[in-house]
Design a binder for this molecule. Structure first.
Ligand SMILES: Cc1cc2nc3c(=O)[nH]c(=O)nc-3n(C[C@H](O)[C@H](O)[C@H](O)COP(=O)(O)O)c2cc1C
Length: 367
């Protein structure tokens, strides 16, 4: 399988270093952003989910209609949509986009956030429900006959589906998280497993855990989930310029949080999801890990979402990304802090260097 690149969808010009409170969707911006990703050969864009945020399905369909190649990853929490409805919605998007739909499942990492939309299950149960949900979707996409479901979380009778994924079997299913339950559900059922950017050693440990769960579930080595890792690169022409930019970015992030413009309030409690807890624990060990993985952005933002930076020249960041490819990561998510401009910079200066490095590796293998 090839190495592929992911970005995060920006529906408007608001971003973490220039937040525009209560910004609505800017349709022109959304289309320009999505087309830039397409033009610069990103392979996927993630449309995220949050209880207070835009509907990923309509945003995703808009992106698909405005682009030619990029695949649209819909973030989906199982508490928000009945599984038969989700199966049809995703397959509909897959047909509309000619096979470019992907789903990224979010079990739900925070009780209070889940409660906002009526979900009162604990985290263990949320993962058990996710497992049942994925099984229902796969069945709904594949079954040519009506079927009943009598599970712990969902029961229905004689569901019959005429809306199939383009490939006739399934759209790619991704699971993200860093808890034991995430490894188990994703390792056993997912096509893709999403991780946040951790140092090489810890990333390798997580990959081994995911693969062990895949093996336990009876999956062959050639059927393991593809690994997705996520970074927030801060790049410039030279390492020195990139570090100066990184410190400017950090000052802005800190100032925004103090002024109530951060993603989390300054006095936010410790996050409940293991992925964020791990980021904060590693941040306490030191600012820079490996070649260029930088953690102060994690601490400054309370590890809300993907927050580890890769800082350096285009070459340094490309080499850092290749370190993760060598470790087994196939999907590399890169999103900056000035989203559109950073995506263009990555497309011009980082992606070609990584792809060059991949070609060199391939030709070395052939010799
Ligand atoms: C790559 C990636 C993307 C994610 N996207 C979202 C998202 O769009 N919305 C969301 O609420 N959580 C998102 N998450 C968070 C986790 O999926 C979520 O917190 C998980 O249910 C619980 O995490 P845990 O298993 O680490 O405790 C994402 C996680 C990863 C790794």
């Amino acid at each position: 399988m090839p190495t592929e690149f992911i970005s995060l969808t920006s529906p408007n010009a608001s971003n973490e270093i220039n937040p525009i409170p209560n910004a609505g969707i800017d349709p022109d911006y959304l289309v320009r952003y999505a087309r830039s990703l397409d033009d610069y050969d990103f392979n996927y864009t993630l449309v995220p989910y949050d209880s207070s945020y835009f509907d990923p399905f309509t945003v995703g369909a808009t992106i698909a209609a405005a682009t030619k190649k990029i695949k649209v990853i819909i973030a989906l929490r199982p508490n928000t949509l009945y599984p038969t409805v989700a199966a049809k919605a995703l397959a509909t998007l897959d047909q509309l986009s000619r096979g470019r739909a992907v789903v990224h499942f979010v079990a739900g990492g925070n009780d209070a956030e889940q409660a906002k939309e009526g979900d009162f299950l604990n985290k263990e149960e949320r993962y058990a429900r996710l497992e049942e949900y994925i099984r229902i979707l796969r069945r709904a996409w594949q079954s040519s006959d009506p079927f009943d479901w009598d599970g712990k979380y969902f029961q229905f009778k004689q569901f019959s589906n005429r809306v199939r994924p383009v490939n006739g079997t399934s759209i790619p299913v991704s699971v993200g998280g860093s808890s034991d339950d995430a490894y188990r559900v994703g390792g056993s059922l997912a096509d893709i497993f999403g991780l946040w950017g951790e140092p090489l050693k810890e990333t390798k440990e997580q990959i081994d855990r995911i693969y062990a769960e895949a093996e336990k579930a009876g999956r062959a080595p050639n059927d393991r989930p593809r690994i997705w890792v996520t970074f927030r690169p801060i790049v410039a022409e030279t390492d020195d310029l990139a570090w100066a930019k990184a410190h400017r970015t950090l000052d802005i992030l800190k100032g925004n949080r103090v002024n109530g413009l951060g993603k989390l309030p300054a006095d936010a409690p410790t996050p409940q999801n293991v992925g964020s807890q791990r980021l904060l624990e590693i941040a306490a060990r030191g600012e820079v890990q490996d070649r260029a993985l930088w953690y102060p952005t994690v601490t400054a933002t309370g590890a809300r979402g993907a927050s580890t930076a890769l800082v350096g020249s285009y070459e340094t960041v490309a080499e850092s990304i290749l370190d993760y490819v060598d470790l087994g990561a196939e999907l590399i998510s890169i999103r900056g802090y000035d989203n559109l401009n950073d995506a263009i910079d990555y497309g011009r200066y980082v992606l070609p260097r990584v792809r060059e490095g991949l070609k060199e590796r391939e030709s070395r293998l052939k010799v």
